[in-house]
Write a protein that binds this ligand. Structure first.
Ligand SMILES: CC(C)(COP(=O)(O)OP(=O)(O)OC[C@H]1O[C@@H](n2cnc3c(N)ncnc32)[C@H](O)[C@@H]1OP(=O)(O)O)[C@@H](O)C(=O)NCCC(=O)NCCS
Length: 175
């Protein structure tokens, strides 16, 4: 069945840790898996998306994760929290969109935009705030998407995936 334009987006809870771990590994692999040797990919997934790490994030009041659902199954996730990107202008209190992924087959239908709005609203729940996002240098679609929300490139860094180092762009949206 096609995805409804109003498919539910719900805040994830610590009980979603295992589900989030699986979904995050799936969407990262679908999007970027072809870029890395299998060993590098597996090492990254096992570390970054470990169930315990998801539980820690999901239990932390400064972080929030949302799930997009279709027929009771999670098919997208977004995550936000304090900015951890390596840029000299990052200030205490700045926020970061940490993840935004939909599974293949459900992209391009406006659901990324809906999830983005939920994350932006949460990040600015106490008022305007400088926001950041990191994006792979060759992920031109996502860069176009973020530019629509006022994110512009202000730096770069190398993002480790196992033994591979990816060039990532750092984007910022002024408060
Ligand atoms: C990036 C992403 C979350 C956007 O959500 P979406 O629901 O596909 O996007 P929307 O329909 O709300 O908006 C469409 C815009 O998103 C951008 N976009 C990025 N990747 C896209 C994709 N695979 N399919 C369609 N649009 C994509 C384009 O700018 C597009 O606008 P355009 O049609 O004018 O080119 C989603 O495409 C996705 O999960 N992509 C793969 C994972 C990824 O790259 N995540 C970002 C990591 S930093």
């Amino acid at each position: 069945m096609t995805l409804s334009p109003s498919a539910p987006i719900r805040r994830a809870t610590p009980a979603d840790a295992a589900l989030l771990s699986r979904l995050a590994a799936r969407t990262f692999t679908e999007t970027f898996g072809h870029l890395y040797p299998a060993g590098d990919l597996q090492a990254f997934l096992a570390d970054a998306y470990a169930v315990q790490k998801q539980r820690t994030i999901l239990s932390h009041p400064d972080y929030a994760v949302w799930l997009l659902e279709h027929e009771g199954e999670a098919i997208g996730h977004a995550a936000a929290g304090p900015c951890g990107l390596p840029h000299p202008d990052v200030a205490p209190g700045d926020g970061e969109l940490k993840r935004l992924y939909l599974v293949q087959g459900h992209q391009g239908g406006g659901h990324g935009a809906r999830m983005m709005q939920v994350a932006l609203d949460w990040l600015q729940r106490d008022g305007p705030r400088t926001l950041w996002v990191g994006v792979w240098s060759e992920n031109l679609g996502a860069q176009r998407f973020y530019r629509r929300y006022g994110f512009d490139k202000v730096g770069e860094y190398l993002f480790p995936v196992g033994g591979t180092r990816d060039l990532e762009f750092i984007l910022r949206r002024p408060a």
